[in-house]
Design a protein around this ligand. Sequence first.
Ligand code: HEC
Length: 493
Amino acid sequence: MDFPIFHLDIFGNRGLIATIAVLHVLVNHSLAVGMMPLVACMEWYGHKRQDPRWDRLAYNILFVAFLITTTVGAMTGIGIWLSVSLVNPYSIGSLIRVFFWAWFTEWLVFVTEVCLILAYTLTWKKWSEGRAKERHIRLGFTLGFFSWVTMALIVAILGFMMDPGNWMTEHTLWSGITNPIYLPQLAFRTPLAAAMAGIVAMFLAQFFTKGDAAFRNEALRAIALWTLFFAPFVLIAGFWYYSVVPDVMKENFGVAIATLQFTDWQQKFLEIALITVVVILVAVQVVIARPNLLPRFALLAPLVAVIWMIGHFERVREFVRKPYVIGRYMYANGFRVDDYPLLQRDGILAHATYSNPLTDAERAGLPQGLDDAAREAKLARLQMGKDVFMITCSRCHTGHGVNSITEHLQRMFGDQPWTPELTTGYIEGMHQVRTFMPPFPGNRKELDLLGEYLEHLQNNLAPIPGAQTAGIIVQAAPALRAAKIDQSETIAR
Ligand code: HEC
């Protein structure tokens, strides 16, 4: 709890990361990892057949990929760093400690990739003859390889977050990289990226081959074959991936309801993957068999299907991992599993460096008829209750926005007063009923403070600002804080 708490009370913190990350994955898979080898293949094919139309098409597609990857792709890449550091600095901190050299290597590879794509795009026209052309084609394949290596490194970290595997006992970089999810996930993402690139390239090719129907059909057919080639691997690796996840889940989530919950999610994802593959196969079949009959925007269908699938896939991947941000090691609230006994004994507030000040709007709606002293005591308790909420719940819940705590309480308890007796009973056991939530990390007194704060939220709809707008207060020494809780308890009774 050494960092101030960034919080978005309407959109939700998870939403911020998800939006940036999904956009990044879409751009990275379809326009970099998958597209660079495809463009290089097209260039090679054009050179082999001495057909300048293939060369032009390859260049035009590359140029689109170049523009988007070096802007949206690169910025969302940095955006992931910024957003995860804001939302969960503890988890990114732990990951950096484990994967420092992997990330350092990835950074070098990424910089190389950027240099290569610049060189590849800018030398296209110059290196167009004989030897130079061959060198240029090799440059394209090298670029494709480097794009894939960046993904291969990052996927190790994603797999680790789901199941750290042997790292839990060995604590080495290598044991972290060789986690059980790594290879299946890489095997899944690799053909997926290639197939996605094919779908995007087919869509673009229609526009870059206008006025030459014969070549348009030839190009569409060839790219469709490329896509078709990778589609079965997506499915096979998807099953492989699927088969490694339940084992981890069995380890992570013993409770029957949870298993049902997650089976349901997995089932849904599998269905979506199947539908997507079918849509891709149908579209590709049409392209191969009857390219003339294809309406111009028909190729949007497989594109949308694949975007839909990726979105869902990333969501399921993130969800299945809960309540952890790093499987079995760190909960999504940023606390290490091993620190729980200490926190539950001392309380989290005793270890919190910062407090999140209540705004004036948040102070409204106090019970009627309090005298000044009781009012002050109540506000002091609400302040501490808010801190408990911010520290333990706000990584996943907002006050009144996406996945809001008030909406959940309203659904569960309706309009009756959400008294601490009512809510704390649930919160104490919430990790058993809803296994995607971590156990409450604080002590009994803090649970009561949280209960009072939630009761207050029923009568106060003011947004809960994060440290970025409301600022922070540096906490008093732990002993003083403990005394403050006791004092407010006495006055409140
Ligand atoms: C790891 C993220 C995470 C954390 C941390 C978390 N929750 Fe949740 N919580 C969820 C998710 C996800 C849901 C279910 C959302 C849905 O299905 O609509 C949920 C649902 C709930 C519900 C409704 C449960 C039901 O049975 O329908 C309550 C109440 C709740 N959370 C309270 C809390 C409180 C209080 C805290 C802090 C002490 C907390 N949560 C911390 C993720 C989290």
